[in-house]
Design a protein around this ligand. Structure first.
Ligand code: DX5
Ligand code: ZN
Length: 225
């Protein structure tokens, strides 16, 4: 299991040093929440932040687009900093009437190695993925309604991680499963089928990313994940 710290909870005035501290503490993937004030009720960051982050750290970036018409911005985010191996570009199922086309567009970016993800809001059942799964590299399960860090996970959504895994196994498909929203030390165990766990407020808080990531790593070892 990989922990992807979400920079949404970092101190924006000290972003470079915050992400470098996370990298030094063993972070292998950095989650970047892009919000447009339309798809979600918040506005965050854009390609310039992605470019800065790709300069500041050596780990791949995991860009989570919570925006309407994401197809208009795929190449600009790719160019900004998604060339590194293991980079992820995720769009929301609910934002794309022609989701299959958008996933194909992600696969055609650059050298074709950026991983294409599809995110599901809490209100969207995992069954919508059935016909899409062969074309996806990653499924992102939202366990909060997207828009803000620091919310509590919605109980009923935690089980969706297992549901996607079962669906993929049944269909003989391999897909990475990522979970995002309200995940902390005390509910990490509940999402143990996930390959990637996003953690924002549990990583970037007063205690510091370094100390938090060490505690999380210890917990993962105890859970043998
Ligand atoms: C929410 C974002 C999340 C958020 C997670 O819309 O997609 O990535 O930063 O933050 P926590 O872990 O604090 O819920
Ligand atoms: Zn996110």
């Amino acid at each position: 299991m990989i922990i992807a710290p979400s920079i949404l909870s970092a101190d924006f005035g000290a972003m470079r040093s915050q992400v470098q501290e996370a990298e030094q503490a063993g972070c292998r993937l950095l989650h970047v929440d892009v919000m447009d004030g339309h798809f979600v009720p918040n506005i965050t960051m854009g390609p310039d932040m992605v470019a800065m982050l790709s300069q500041a750290v050596n780990v791949p970036l995991d860009v989570h687009l919570m925006i309407e018409e994401p197809e208009r911005f795929l190449s600009v985010f790719y160019e900004a900093g998604l060339q590194r191996k293991g980079s992820i570009l995720t769009v929301h199922y609910e934002a794309c009437p022609h989701i299959h086309r958008v996933i194909s567009q992600i696969h055609r970016l650059g050298d074709g190695k950026v991983l294409a993800g599809c995110a599901l809001n809490p209100g969207t059942p995992v069954s919508v993925l059935r016909d899409l799964l062969p074309d996806l590299d990653l499924v992102l399960i939202m366990t909060v309604d997207p828009g803000f860090g620091g919310q509590a996970a919605i109980e009923s959504c935690l089980d969706k991680v297992r549901q996607v895994k079962e669906m993929a196994d049944k269909l003989g498909q391999t897909v990475l499963i990522e979970v995002d929203g309200g995940i902390k030390l005390d509910n990490l165990e509940r999402v143990q089928d996930a390959d990637i766990v996003v953690m924002g407020s549990a990583v970037f808080n007063e205690r510091g990313a370094g100390a938090n990531l060490q505690a999380i790593q210890k917990k993962l070892e105890n859970l043998a994940l």
